[in-house]
Design a protein around this ligand. Structure first.
Ligand code: AP5
Ligand code: MG
Length: 219
């Protein structure tokens, strides 16, 4: 199964993608996390992408498309992927469709998480990640058992450099511009499902699973 999660910064894409990945045994591919890993490893791509990410701007398609497609081609993605943050432009969506077609696959479902502006700001302001595996927490809404330490792997938690100040505003502005293109593309293919992402993490997960089960039931 190949699924895309669409949603504004802070909508809960990473949180829900991680759960779907575990539940269905499909790989979680998050373009933003791939860029962050590339900075940490100080690769050439990571250093170039960092300028865009820190400003809250989109990384150019020439850098983003090959990176994401490479991960989809890897053996760990054979059983399917849950894509989080990719595609974000029409060019990315078209490249993804072509790639999956080559692999004799296609996107099954596109889940769009709708969350109010105030809630997005609250979630981004308190979000922290673990250094080892980018597991995500929120200092109030989804705190770790021991403050500052990941429950799952014991690594330190940190705040993302683009989760403060002007970068947050820019990311939100970019999202509403991008989303129109992508949503229209998948609506035409009758693959888009909207889910109310304002609810609790478990409630949102239940709604996503209900959409997936409905889709599988009809297939
Ligand atoms: P990316 O990493 O994709 O960031 P984003 O889209 O801004 O989304 P976020 O990761 O901020 O939010 P999320 O929806 O994953 O929320 P989360 O689950 O963490 O991209 C970063 C940057 O990389 C971009 O700005 C761009 O520069 C570049 N980039 C990436 N992809 C690109 C592409 N395709 N093309 C070009 N450039 C690209 O949840 C947020 C917080 O809320 C967490 O603390 C969580 O614990 C909490 N939470 C989640 N759900 C709930 C809930 N239901 N109730 C309460 N709390 C919740
Ligand atoms: Mg994310």
């Amino acid at each position: 199964m190949d699924i895309i999660l669409i949603g504004a910064p802070g909508a809960g894409k990473g949180t829900q993608a991680e759960k779907l990945s575990q539940l269905f045994g499909i790989r979680h591919v998050a373009s933003g996390d791939l860029f962050h890993k590339a900075f940490e490893e100080q690769t050439e791509l990571g250093l170039k992408a960092r300028m865009y990410v820190d400003l809250g701007e989109l990384v150019p398609d020439e850098m983003t498309i090959p990176l994401a497609l490479r991960h989809i081609e890897e053996p760990e993605s054979t059983h399917g992927v849950v894509l989080d943050g990719f595609p974000r432009t029409l060019a990315q969506a078209l490249a993804l469709d072509a790639e999956l077609q080559q692999l004799n696959r296609q996107i099954d479902l596109v889940i769009s998480l709708k969350v109010s502006h105030g809630e997005l700001l609250r979630r981004l302001a308190g979000r922290v990640f673990c250094r080892a595996n980018a597991h995500v927490y929120h200092v109030e809404l989804h705190p770790p058992i021991v403050a500052g330490v990941c429950d799952l792997d014991g690594s330190q938690l940190y705040q993302r450099s683009d989760d403060t100040g002007e970068a947050v505003r820019r990311r939100l502005v970019y999202f509403f511009y991008e989303a129109n293109q992508i949503v229209g593309h998948y609506k035409k293919q009758n693959k888009l499902r909207e889910v109310d992402g304002n609810q609790s993490i478990d409630q949102v997960q239940a709604m996503i699973l209900s959409e997936i089960n409905d889709y599988l039931g009809r297939k």
